[in-house]
Design a protein around this ligand. Structure first.
Ligand SMILES: Nc1ncnc2c1ncn2[C@@H]1O[C@H](COP(=O)(O)OP(=O)(O)O)[C@@H](O)[C@H]1O
Ligand SMILES: O=P(O)(O)OC[C@H]1O[C@](O)(COP(=O)(O)O)[C@@H](O)[C@@H]1O
Ligand SMILES: [Mg+2]
Length: 566
């Protein structure tokens, strides 16, 4: 289906991808699917639907959208062949690899795709799909030709080293590649004293520095046991043309970029520049975010580890709180704009009485407020545990204009310490009330939960992400993020990864589950649940049949906007 494109003059190609997709799905769902009939042993007799696939646009700078029968939409990723004609291919060396040759059908079929939503109604169109990740029969690189590099950007996350290790192992052991560079932290040294003088930074900044490290299986063998990233990381410092110059100058033709939402935006513009220059260079993203704020994917690697690590802080807070009279244990967890860590840590723990996240506004005083709830809990149980995400309640903190506008080097808003603020407010309230003396212990494990090595399940997940990225790169796909969708590895175009942020949707079932688990007030009346709190997806879907059903994924899979309602 790759080769069948609509003519360039197609009127549809003038629509944006999302406008096209929504019109297409609308049209598909308005067709009479009930006209499908069962005929003998064949499940369906198709009505007059076209059986060919039509690509909406062959303009290389536009999203690749391929449509098919029954409302099928493939949001495809770019491929070298979109902008470089006449490239040679060769057989995938994996077919001679003993580890793979025993496995039948290990190559992914060219038409395999993975649905974004797996909950369907009998009349619903097949909907959006992503290209399934995995090894292809034909590859667009000779092993000797590959010169890869790996860079890690943004904040730390458990599993970064595992991803680095597995990219290196996959390139070496599956594809016989021997040249892999790590874009590394670089320092200036005072030659006399040998003192480190200037930190130039890893991450995107590393592209401007001379320092790189040759990554071999031997070098990376043990790194998954360590937290952090052996390559170093940084924020800010993204100069697209300087980065692409550096890639070109070094003769790099596969760039693996591990990072969060900011990083993937950076990767997207690097890819655009590479395509503009017509270079045969793959740009492959691996999504990293401790906050789980990247959309589309089921969850980010390292998230499970972070939630697990957060349990230690919550346990400590609980032990402290229950050991004294009117004890309050307060734990602040990461989550700048997305409260997933706090939500999952709370659900996992069951010792938490109140979880506060950025997506769910709360108030302190008066009926239904936090103070009233704390007082009630202390009277009934003698202690309580509160988990607060770092981005929660920021609108309540009195800010000076200066602090309001503070940003980090990447342009992310610098937050005020909500943990310290709320501790003080709680203490002030009870000392004013004089109804009871409280004993509050504030625990801030912020960096501890992301600086640890990844746990077993994250290690496996990191391995799959890394291997998928390498298979995709060798197959000539580019401008993609390797991601898990409904439990399957896929290639997701950058524009879908960077178009919005993944947030907890407080009108979804997962938040309702948390509220019923903690029994905390929702701090909202029905009237408050305005448009603002309904997910974008729900708005697109129109009036809900059930308020709390965004309907996507299987139970047990982490909740992002799509998967949280199960
Ligand atoms: N909109 C953007 N366009 C290009 N590069 C960006 C953009 N936003 C962030 N970056 C780059 O991505 C890197 C990491 O971004 P940051 O927000 O710090 O972390 P994360 O990727 O983890 O969200 C930084 O080096 C930054 O310069
Ligand atoms: O102090 P740093 O290194 O900027 O990191 C703090 C921020 O990093 C985060 O973990 C998010 O980082 P990313 O944007 O890199 O995913 C936030 O939760 C937190 O506010
Ligand atoms: Mg980020």
């Amino acid at each position: 289906m790759d080769s069948i494109f609509a003519p360039k003059s197609s009127s549809i190609s003038t629509l944006s991808s999302s406008a096209f997709i929504s019109r297409f799905l609308e049209a598909s769902s308005s067709r009479k699917f009930s006209s499908l009939t069962f005929a003998g042993s064949r499940p369906f007799r198709y009505s007059s639907f076209s059986t060919t696939f039509a690509m909406v646009s062959n303009d290389v700078s536009k999203p690749k959208i391929i449509t098919g029968d029954f409302g099928y939409v493939l949001e495809d990723v770019p491929h070298f062949t979109d902008y470089i004609p006449g490239l040679a291919t060769c057989s995938n060396p994996l077919q001679d690899n003993p580890a793979y040759s025993v496995v039948k059908q290990y190559f992914v079929h060219v038409d395999d795709s993975v649905p974004q939503k797996i909950v369907a109604h009998k009349d619903s169109p097949r909907g959006i799909h992503f290209r399934r990740a995995g090894p292809r029969q034909k590859v667009y690189f000779d092993s000797d030709e590959v010169h890869a590099c790996i860079v890690t950007c943004g904040g730390l996350c458990p599993g970064l080293n595992t991803v680095i290790r597995e990219i290196v192992y996959s390139l070496f052991h599956m594809y016989g590649v021997t040249r892999v560079l790590g874009i590394e932290v670089s320092y200036c040294f005072d030659l006399d004293s040998n003192l480190r003088l200037q930190f130039r930074g890893g991450g995107y900044r590393g592209f401007y520095a001379r320092n790189t490290i040759a990554l071999t299986p031997k070098v990376v063998n043990d790194i998954h046991k360590r937290g952090g990233t052996i390559l170093g990381t940084s924020r800010g410092g993204h100069d697209t043309s300087k980065i692409v110059d550096s890639i070109q100058d070094r003769g790099i033709n596969q760039v693996y970029i591990i990072g969060g939402d900011g990083t993937q935006k950076g990767a997207s513009v690097i890819f655009e520049e590479i395509r503009r220059r017509g270079l045969k260079v793959v740009v492959a993203g691996i999504p990293k975010t401790i906050d789980n704020d990247i959309p589309v994917i089921d969850k980010s690697f390292g998230f499970d580890t972070a939630v697990e690590e957060a349990q230690r802080a919550i346990n400590a807070a609980h032990v402290e709180a229950e050991s004294v009279e009117n004890g309050i244990g307060l734990v602040k967890l990461m989550g700048r704009y997305s409260g997933f860590i706090a939500m999952y840590a709370t659900l996992a723990s069951r010792d938490v009485d109140c979880c506060l996240i950025p997506e769910s506004p709360f108030y302190l005083d008066g009926e239904g407020g936090l103070f009233e709830y704390i007082e009630k809990q202390l009277k009934e149980n003698g202690h309580m545990v509160i988990v607060i995400a770092e981005g929660a309640g920021q609108e309540l903190l009195s800010e000076s204009k200066q602090s309001r506008n503070q940003q980090d080097a990447s342009g992310n808003k610098l937050l005020q310490d909500v943990g310290l603020w709320i501790s003080q407010r709680i203490k002030d309230y009870f000392s004013r009330q004089k109804t009871m003396a409280i004993n509050l212990k504030y625990i801030d494990p912020t960096y501890m939960i992301r600086a640890v090595p990844s746990n077993a399940s994250d290690n496996v997940y990191c391995t799959l992400l890394a291997q998928s990225a390498v298979h995709g790169a060798m197959a000539g796909y580019t401008g993609f993020t390797s991601g898990l969708v409904n439990g399957r590895q896929t290639y997701i175009p950058f524009h879908r990864i960077i178009e919005k942020q993944n947030n907890v949707v407080i009108t979804d079932r997962m938040w309702a589950r948390l509220l019923s688990s903690t029994n905390q007030p929702s701090f909202m009346s029905d009237k408050d649940v305005t448009e603002e709190y309904i997910s974008e997806e729900k708005k697109e879907e129109g009036p809900a049949t059930q308020l709390l059903d965004t309907g996507n994924c299987a139970d047990g899979v982490l909740g992002n906007k799509e998967v949280s309602s199960v």
